[in-house]
Design a binder for this molecule. Structure first.
Ligand code: 5GP
Ligand code: ZN
Length: 114
């Protein structure tokens, strides 16, 4: 999508600090980190929200989470733990409408979230 911020990061027209990448997904560091490690894992293909996922996206969604977990393991963050968050629409707190998994790590998280 031409007017989507994260599509522009995928295209390289807006810079981002990459954490990892493959054919289908990109992990990059959040510009306003909420934890010592805060990476956004996105599909390279534009998907607007969780509501827009279809049965064809089942494997892609698994790939996003497996990629997040692999990164956490390679960074030595897996055993201490981390949080994966996907916000959806206004009440979920979504502000960028290109599906993304927040990977938050490096400090204890609290519950419930705000
Ligand atoms: P949401 O609120 O939609 O769940 O999360 C969007 C996230 O994108 C926020 O944590 C915000 O800090 C991050 N973000 C917004 N604009 C940019 C940007 O230009 N670059 C990077 N790296 N992160 C961004
Ligand atoms: Zn997009």
């Amino acid at each position: 999508m031409s007017d989507c911020l994260f599509c522009k990061i995928v295209a390289g027209t807006i810079p981002a600090k990459k954490a990892f990448e493959d054919d289908e997904c990109l992990g990059f560091f959040d510009i306003h980190p909420q934890a010592p490690t805060h990476v956004l894992v996105i599909p390279k293909r534009h998907v607007r929200t969780v509501n827009d996922l279809t049965i064809e996206d089942e494997r892609l969604l698994g790939h996003l989470f497996l990629s997040a977990a692999r990164f956490a393991k390679t960074q030595g963050l897996a055993d201490s733990g981390y949080r994966c968050v996907v916000n959806c629409n206004a009440h979920g707190g979504q502000t960028v409408f290109h599906l993304h998994v927040h990977l938050l790590a490096g400090r204890p998280m609290t519950w419930p979230p705000g």
